[in-house]
Ligand binder design. Structure first.
Ligand SMILES: Cc1cc2nc3c(=O)[nH]c(=O)nc-3n(C[C@H](O)[C@H](O)[C@H](O)COP(=O)(O)OP(=O)(O)OC[C@H]3O[C@@H](n4cnc5c(N)ncnc54)[C@H](O)[C@@H]3O)c2cc1C
Length: 336
Protein backbone atom coordinates (compact mmCIF):
# COMPACT_ATOMS: atom_id res chain seq x y z
CA UNK A 1 0.00 0.00 0.00
CA UNK A 2 1.24 3.51 -0.78
CA UNK A 3 -0.34 5.01 2.37
CA UNK A 4 -0.88 4.36 6.08
CA UNK A 5 -4.30 3.45 7.37
CA UNK A 6 -4.75 4.60 10.96
CA UNK A 7 -7.02 2.81 13.43
CA UNK A 8 -9.41 4.57 15.86
CA UNK A 9 -8.76 8.19 14.94
CA UNK A 10 -10.42 11.10 16.75
CA UNK A 11 -12.25 13.46 14.38
CA UNK A 12 -12.50 16.24 17.01
CA UNK A 13 -9.90 18.40 15.26
CA UNK A 14 -11.17 17.41 11.81
CA UNK A 15 -14.61 19.05 12.08
CA UNK A 16 -15.23 22.77 12.59
CA UNK A 17 -18.02 22.10 15.09
CA UNK A 18 -15.30 20.54 17.24
CA UNK A 19 -17.41 17.61 18.44
CA UNK A 20 -15.84 14.30 19.38
CA UNK A 21 -16.39 11.33 17.09
CA UNK A 22 -14.13 8.47 16.05
CA UNK A 23 -13.21 7.04 12.69
CA UNK A 24 -12.73 3.28 12.87
CA UNK A 25 -10.10 3.57 10.14
CA UNK A 26 -8.79 6.71 8.45
CA UNK A 27 -6.49 7.40 5.53
CA UNK A 28 -5.11 10.66 4.15
CA UNK A 29 -4.81 10.41 0.35
CA UNK A 30 -2.73 12.78 -1.78
CA UNK A 31 -3.64 11.82 -5.34
CA UNK A 32 -6.23 10.00 -7.42
CA UNK A 33 -4.31 6.70 -7.60
CA UNK A 34 -4.33 6.57 -3.79
CA UNK A 35 -8.09 7.20 -3.74
CA UNK A 36 -8.57 4.22 -6.06
CA UNK A 37 -6.21 2.07 -3.99
CA UNK A 38 -7.92 3.03 -0.72
CA UNK A 39 -11.36 2.25 -2.19
CA UNK A 40 -10.13 -1.13 -3.42
CA UNK A 41 -8.75 -1.92 0.04
CA UNK A 42 -12.04 -0.92 1.70
CA UNK A 43 -13.93 -3.13 -0.78
CA UNK A 44 -11.71 -6.11 0.08
CA UNK A 45 -12.28 -5.52 3.79
CA UNK A 46 -16.00 -4.83 3.23
CA UNK A 47 -15.67 -1.52 5.04
CA UNK A 48 -18.17 1.28 4.44
CA UNK A 49 -16.48 4.44 3.13
CA UNK A 50 -17.01 8.06 4.21
CA UNK A 51 -15.32 11.03 2.55
CA UNK A 52 -14.18 13.89 4.73
CA UNK A 53 -12.84 17.24 3.55
CA UNK A 54 -12.26 20.11 5.96
CA UNK A 55 -15.19 19.01 8.16
CA UNK A 56 -16.80 22.48 8.01
CA UNK A 57 -20.18 21.16 6.87
CA UNK A 58 -20.33 17.88 8.78
CA UNK A 59 -22.15 17.13 12.03
CA UNK A 60 -21.00 13.92 13.70
CA UNK A 61 -23.59 12.50 16.08
CA UNK A 62 -22.01 9.02 15.90
CA UNK A 63 -18.68 7.36 15.24
CA UNK A 64 -17.85 6.42 11.65
CA UNK A 65 -17.50 2.70 11.04
CA UNK A 66 -15.22 1.53 8.22
CA UNK A 67 -12.81 3.79 6.35
CA UNK A 68 -12.80 7.59 6.36
CA UNK A 69 -10.95 8.95 3.33
CA UNK A 70 -9.49 12.45 3.75
CA UNK A 71 -8.33 14.35 0.69
CA UNK A 72 -4.88 15.88 0.84
CA UNK A 73 -4.39 16.27 -2.94
CA UNK A 74 -2.89 19.53 -4.19
CA UNK A 75 -2.62 21.22 -7.57
CA UNK A 76 -4.07 24.10 -9.57
CA UNK A 77 -3.75 24.04 -13.38
CA UNK A 78 -4.61 27.27 -15.19
CA UNK A 79 -5.35 27.38 -18.92
CA UNK A 80 -6.64 30.85 -19.85
CA UNK A 81 -9.82 31.28 -17.81
CA UNK A 82 -10.15 27.53 -17.22
CA UNK A 83 -8.89 26.40 -13.84
CA UNK A 84 -8.67 22.76 -12.76
CA UNK A 85 -8.15 22.25 -9.06
CA UNK A 86 -7.37 19.18 -6.96
CA UNK A 87 -10.03 18.29 -4.38
CA UNK A 88 -7.77 18.75 -1.36
CA UNK A 89 -6.99 22.42 -2.06
CA UNK A 90 -8.42 25.01 0.33
CA UNK A 91 -11.39 26.81 -1.20
CA UNK A 92 -10.48 30.22 0.22
CA UNK A 93 -6.85 29.93 -0.94
CA UNK A 94 -8.14 29.10 -4.42
CA UNK A 95 -10.26 32.27 -4.40
CA UNK A 96 -7.23 34.39 -3.47
CA UNK A 97 -5.00 32.64 -5.99
CA UNK A 98 -7.37 33.08 -8.94
CA UNK A 99 -7.91 36.75 -8.07
CA UNK A 100 -4.14 37.28 -7.96
CA UNK A 101 -3.98 35.74 -11.46
CA UNK A 102 -6.44 38.36 -12.72
CA UNK A 103 -9.34 35.88 -12.93
CA UNK A 104 -12.62 36.93 -11.33
CA UNK A 105 -15.89 35.23 -10.46
CA UNK A 106 -15.03 33.72 -7.08
CA UNK A 107 -14.73 37.01 -5.15
CA UNK A 108 -18.20 36.76 -3.53
CA UNK A 109 -17.27 33.26 -2.31
CA UNK A 110 -14.32 34.55 -0.25
CA UNK A 111 -13.68 32.98 3.17
CA UNK A 112 -15.97 29.98 2.76
CA UNK A 113 -14.15 27.29 4.77
CA UNK A 114 -13.44 23.80 3.49
CA UNK A 115 -11.94 22.08 0.49
CA UNK A 116 -12.49 22.50 -3.23
CA UNK A 117 -13.66 18.86 -3.49
CA UNK A 118 -16.56 19.55 -1.12
CA UNK A 119 -17.69 22.74 -2.88
CA UNK A 120 -19.97 20.95 -5.41
CA UNK A 121 -21.65 18.82 -2.72
CA UNK A 122 -23.93 21.63 -1.58
CA UNK A 123 -23.19 24.02 -4.46
CA UNK A 124 -21.57 26.53 -2.12
CA UNK A 125 -22.92 30.02 -2.37
CA UNK A 126 -22.70 33.44 -0.78
CA UNK A 127 -23.66 37.04 -1.54
CA UNK A 128 -25.68 36.15 -4.63
CA UNK A 129 -23.13 33.82 -6.32
CA UNK A 130 -23.20 30.03 -6.40
CA UNK A 131 -20.48 27.64 -7.51
CA UNK A 132 -22.83 26.32 -10.24
CA UNK A 133 -22.48 29.57 -12.21
CA UNK A 134 -18.73 29.00 -12.64
CA UNK A 135 -18.33 25.24 -12.69
CA UNK A 136 -17.52 23.42 -15.92
CA UNK A 137 -17.09 19.86 -14.63
CA UNK A 138 -16.34 17.59 -11.70
CA UNK A 139 -14.02 14.61 -11.87
CA UNK A 140 -14.82 11.79 -9.47
CA UNK A 141 -14.18 8.15 -8.63
CA UNK A 142 -17.09 5.78 -8.22
CA UNK A 143 -16.83 4.29 -4.71
CA UNK A 144 -18.19 0.86 -5.58
CA UNK A 145 -16.29 0.23 -8.84
CA UNK A 146 -13.22 2.48 -8.49
CA UNK A 147 -13.89 3.86 -12.01
CA UNK A 148 -13.17 7.52 -12.81
CA UNK A 149 -15.89 9.62 -14.41
CA UNK A 150 -16.62 13.25 -15.24
CA UNK A 151 -19.85 15.12 -14.64
CA UNK A 152 -20.73 18.30 -16.51
CA UNK A 153 -22.31 21.21 -14.65
CA UNK A 154 -25.81 20.15 -15.74
CA UNK A 155 -25.10 16.51 -14.73
CA UNK A 156 -24.48 17.80 -11.20
CA UNK A 157 -28.14 18.95 -10.94
CA UNK A 158 -27.25 21.93 -8.83
CA UNK A 159 -29.86 23.71 -6.78
CA UNK A 160 -29.83 25.96 -3.73
CA UNK A 161 -27.30 24.23 -1.40
CA UNK A 162 -28.04 21.08 -3.33
CA UNK A 163 -26.62 18.74 -5.97
CA UNK A 164 -26.70 15.15 -7.20
CA UNK A 165 -24.06 14.42 -4.52
CA UNK A 166 -26.76 14.88 -1.86
CA UNK A 167 -29.12 12.49 -3.67
CA UNK A 168 -28.33 9.76 -6.26
CA UNK A 169 -24.56 10.07 -5.70
CA UNK A 170 -24.63 10.58 -1.93
CA UNK A 171 -21.44 8.94 -0.54
CA UNK A 172 -21.20 7.15 -3.93
CA UNK A 173 -18.37 9.17 -5.44
CA UNK A 174 -15.11 10.72 -4.35
CA UNK A 175 -14.57 14.05 -6.08
CA UNK A 176 -10.91 14.33 -7.06
CA UNK A 177 -10.90 17.57 -9.09
CA UNK A 178 -13.09 20.46 -10.12
CA UNK A 179 -12.81 22.54 -13.31
CA UNK A 180 -14.04 26.14 -13.25
CA UNK A 181 -14.58 28.69 -16.00
CA UNK A 182 -13.66 32.05 -14.52
CA UNK A 183 -13.87 35.54 -16.00
CA UNK A 184 -11.06 37.54 -17.54
CA UNK A 185 -13.28 40.66 -17.49
CA UNK A 186 -14.70 41.54 -14.07
CA UNK A 187 -18.49 41.64 -13.73
CA UNK A 188 -19.38 42.82 -10.21
CA UNK A 189 -22.22 40.95 -8.44
CA UNK A 190 -23.25 43.44 -5.79
CA UNK A 191 -26.99 42.78 -5.36
CA UNK A 192 -26.77 42.00 -1.66
CA UNK A 193 -27.54 44.89 0.63
CA UNK A 194 -24.22 44.74 2.53
CA UNK A 195 -22.31 44.85 -0.76
CA UNK A 196 -24.51 47.65 -2.11
CA UNK A 197 -23.70 49.67 1.00
CA UNK A 198 -20.01 48.99 0.50
CA UNK A 199 -20.30 49.92 -3.21
CA UNK A 200 -21.93 53.24 -2.31
CA UNK A 201 -18.84 54.18 -0.29
CA UNK A 202 -16.40 53.43 -3.15
CA UNK A 203 -15.18 55.27 -6.25
CA UNK A 204 -16.17 53.29 -9.36
CA UNK A 205 -12.50 52.71 -10.26
CA UNK A 206 -11.87 51.10 -6.87
CA UNK A 207 -14.55 48.43 -7.35
CA UNK A 208 -12.23 45.64 -8.48
CA UNK A 209 -12.64 41.89 -7.96
CA UNK A 210 -9.94 41.96 -5.27
CA UNK A 211 -11.66 44.88 -3.52
CA UNK A 212 -14.99 42.96 -3.56
CA UNK A 213 -13.23 39.93 -2.08
CA UNK A 214 -11.80 42.11 0.69
CA UNK A 215 -15.21 43.67 1.32
CA UNK A 216 -16.84 40.22 1.52
CA UNK A 217 -14.12 39.09 3.95
CA UNK A 218 -14.68 42.14 6.16
CA UNK A 219 -18.48 41.64 6.15
CA UNK A 220 -18.16 37.94 6.97
CA UNK A 221 -15.65 38.54 9.78
CA UNK A 222 -18.04 41.04 11.33
CA UNK A 223 -21.22 39.00 10.88
CA UNK A 224 -20.29 35.36 11.35
CA UNK A 225 -19.06 33.71 14.55
CA UNK A 226 -15.52 32.34 14.16
CA UNK A 227 -15.44 28.51 14.42
CA UNK A 228 -11.91 28.89 15.84
CA UNK A 229 -13.46 30.54 18.91
CA UNK A 230 -16.68 28.51 19.21
CA UNK A 231 -17.13 25.46 17.00
CA UNK A 232 -19.81 25.78 14.31
CA UNK A 233 -20.66 24.75 10.74
CA UNK A 234 -21.83 28.16 9.49
CA UNK A 235 -25.52 28.32 8.56
CA UNK A 236 -27.30 25.41 10.18
CA UNK A 237 -30.54 25.79 8.22
CA UNK A 238 -31.37 26.64 4.63
CA UNK A 239 -33.38 29.75 3.91
CA UNK A 240 -36.92 28.50 3.11
CA UNK A 241 -38.22 29.20 -0.41
CA UNK A 242 -41.98 29.65 -0.75
CA UNK A 243 -44.54 30.62 -3.39
CA UNK A 244 -45.81 34.21 -3.63
CA UNK A 245 -49.23 33.27 -2.17
CA UNK A 246 -47.54 32.01 0.99
CA UNK A 247 -45.37 35.15 1.29
CA UNK A 248 -48.49 37.30 0.94
CA UNK A 249 -50.19 35.32 3.73
CA UNK A 250 -47.12 35.61 5.98
CA UNK A 251 -46.80 39.32 5.24
CA UNK A 252 -50.35 39.94 6.41
CA UNK A 253 -49.37 38.59 9.86
CA UNK A 254 -45.70 39.66 9.83
CA UNK A 255 -45.41 42.72 7.54
CA UNK A 256 -41.73 43.25 8.38
CA UNK A 257 -40.68 39.69 7.34
CA UNK A 258 -37.81 39.90 4.81
CA UNK A 259 -38.48 38.07 1.52
CA UNK A 260 -36.47 38.13 -1.70
CA UNK A 261 -37.73 36.92 -5.07
CA UNK A 262 -35.48 34.44 -6.83
CA UNK A 263 -34.94 33.72 -10.52
CA UNK A 264 -37.21 30.61 -10.27
CA UNK A 265 -40.13 32.80 -9.07
CA UNK A 266 -40.08 31.50 -5.48
CA UNK A 267 -39.47 33.83 -2.55
CA UNK A 268 -36.58 33.20 -0.23
CA UNK A 269 -37.17 33.95 3.44
CA UNK A 270 -34.45 34.61 5.99
CA UNK A 271 -34.08 31.59 8.30
CA UNK A 272 -32.03 33.78 10.69
CA UNK A 273 -34.92 36.26 10.96
CA UNK A 274 -37.46 33.46 11.52
CA UNK A 275 -35.29 31.94 14.27
CA UNK A 276 -34.80 35.27 16.01
CA UNK A 277 -38.52 36.11 15.82
CA UNK A 278 -39.35 32.65 17.20
CA UNK A 279 -37.42 33.70 20.32
CA UNK A 280 -34.54 31.26 19.85
CA UNK A 281 -31.59 33.67 19.77
CA UNK A 282 -29.07 32.60 22.43
CA UNK A 283 -31.18 29.58 23.50
CA UNK A 284 -29.07 26.62 24.69
CA UNK A 285 -29.58 22.87 24.78
CA UNK A 286 -26.87 21.27 26.89
CA UNK A 287 -23.60 22.73 25.63
CA UNK A 288 -25.02 23.78 22.23
CA UNK A 289 -26.27 27.34 21.79
CA UNK A 290 -27.96 29.42 19.11
CA UNK A 291 -25.38 32.13 18.40
CA UNK A 292 -26.20 35.54 19.84
CA UNK A 293 -24.18 37.05 16.96
CA UNK A 294 -25.98 35.27 14.09
CA UNK A 295 -29.14 33.21 14.74
CA UNK A 296 -28.49 30.83 11.84
CA UNK A 297 -25.38 29.48 13.53
CA UNK A 298 -25.46 26.83 16.26
CA UNK A 299 -22.35 26.90 18.44
CA UNK A 300 -20.40 24.42 20.53
CA UNK A 301 -19.89 26.30 23.78
CA UNK A 302 -17.31 23.72 24.87
CA UNK A 303 -17.29 19.91 24.99
CA UNK A 304 -20.61 19.67 23.17
CA UNK A 305 -21.70 16.49 21.35
CA UNK A 306 -23.21 16.24 17.88
CA UNK A 307 -26.39 14.86 19.49
CA UNK A 308 -26.74 18.02 21.62
CA UNK A 309 -26.44 20.18 18.51
CA UNK A 310 -29.13 18.14 16.78
CA UNK A 311 -31.42 18.39 19.82
CA UNK A 312 -31.01 22.16 19.73
CA UNK A 313 -31.64 22.17 15.96
CA UNK A 314 -34.88 20.21 16.48
CA UNK A 315 -35.99 22.72 19.15
CA UNK A 316 -35.21 25.67 16.88
CA UNK A 317 -37.07 24.11 13.93
CA UNK A 318 -40.09 23.36 16.14
CA UNK A 319 -40.20 26.93 17.45
CA UNK A 320 -40.19 28.25 13.85
CA UNK A 321 -42.93 25.83 12.81
CA UNK A 322 -45.08 26.80 15.78
CA UNK A 323 -44.73 30.53 15.11
CA UNK A 324 -44.79 30.64 11.29
CA UNK A 325 -46.01 27.22 10.09
CA UNK A 326 -42.75 26.82 8.11
CA UNK A 327 -40.39 23.83 8.11
CA UNK A 328 -36.68 24.56 8.37
CA UNK A 329 -34.34 22.21 6.55
CA UNK A 330 -30.89 21.41 7.96
CA UNK A 331 -28.05 22.53 5.66
CA UNK A 332 -24.95 20.54 6.79
CA UNK A 333 -24.42 16.81 6.28
CA UNK A 334 -25.53 15.01 9.42
CA UNK A 335 -24.17 11.62 10.57
CA UNK A 336 -26.74 10.04 12.95
C1 LIG B 1 -17.97 29.65 9.49
C2 LIG B 1 -18.55 28.94 8.30
C3 LIG B 1 -19.07 29.66 7.25
C4 LIG B 1 -19.61 29.01 6.14
N1 LIG B 1 -20.12 29.75 5.12
C5 LIG B 1 -20.64 29.15 4.04
C6 LIG B 1 -21.18 29.93 2.96
O1 LIG B 1 -21.15 31.15 2.98
N2 LIG B 1 -21.72 29.26 1.91
C7 LIG B 1 -21.74 27.90 1.85
O2 LIG B 1 -22.25 27.36 0.86
N3 LIG B 1 -21.24 27.14 2.84
C8 LIG B 1 -20.69 27.72 3.93
N4 LIG B 1 -20.19 26.97 4.96
C9 LIG B 1 -20.27 25.50 4.87
C10 LIG B 1 -18.97 24.84 4.35
O3 LIG B 1 -17.87 25.68 4.47
C11 LIG B 1 -19.08 24.39 2.89
O4 LIG B 1 -20.19 23.53 2.73
C12 LIG B 1 -17.83 23.66 2.42
O5 LIG B 1 -17.92 23.39 1.04
C13 LIG B 1 -17.57 22.36 3.17
O6 LIG B 1 -16.27 21.93 2.83
P1 LIG B 1 -15.52 20.84 3.72
O7 LIG B 1 -14.30 20.41 2.97
O8 LIG B 1 -15.28 21.34 5.08
O9 LIG B 1 -16.61 19.68 3.72
P2 LIG B 1 -16.86 18.51 4.78
O10 LIG B 1 -17.60 19.01 5.95
O11 LIG B 1 -15.60 17.77 5.03
O12 LIG B 1 -17.83 17.57 3.92
C14 LIG B 1 -19.13 17.99 3.61
C15 LIG B 1 -19.78 16.91 2.73
O13 LIG B 1 -19.06 16.80 1.51
C16 LIG B 1 -18.58 15.47 1.33
N5 LIG B 1 -17.27 15.59 0.71
C17 LIG B 1 -16.23 16.37 1.13
N6 LIG B 1 -15.20 16.26 0.25
C18 LIG B 1 -15.60 15.40 -0.71
C19 LIG B 1 -15.00 14.87 -1.88
N7 LIG B 1 -13.76 15.20 -2.25
N8 LIG B 1 -15.70 13.99 -2.62
C20 LIG B 1 -16.95 13.62 -2.28
N9 LIG B 1 -17.58 14.07 -1.19
C21 LIG B 1 -16.92 14.96 -0.42
C22 LIG B 1 -18.53 14.86 2.72
O14 LIG B 1 -18.65 13.45 2.65
C23 LIG B 1 -19.74 15.52 3.35
O15 LIG B 1 -20.90 14.83 2.92
C24 LIG B 1 -19.63 27.59 6.08
C25 LIG B 1 -19.09 26.85 7.15
C26 LIG B 1 -18.55 27.52 8.25
C27 LIG B 1 -17.95 26.72 9.37
Amino acid sequence: MSFDIQHQVSLATRNSLGVEAWAEYLVDVSHEAQVIEALEYARLKRWPVTILGGGSNSVFARDLAGLVICQRSRGVAVDGNRVTVAAGESWHELVLRTLALGLSGLENLTLIPGQVGAAPIQNIGAYGVELASLLESVRAIDISSGAAFTLSCSDCRFGYRDSIFKHALQQQAVITAVTLNLHTAFVPQLDFVDLQRWRASQNAADVTAIAVSQAVAAIRRKKLPDPGVRGNVGSFFKNPAVAFARVAELHSDFPEMPARQQADGLWKLSAAWLIEQAGMKGVAEGRAQVSTQHCLVLENTGGCSGAEVLQLAARVAQAVTERFGLQLEIEPVVYT
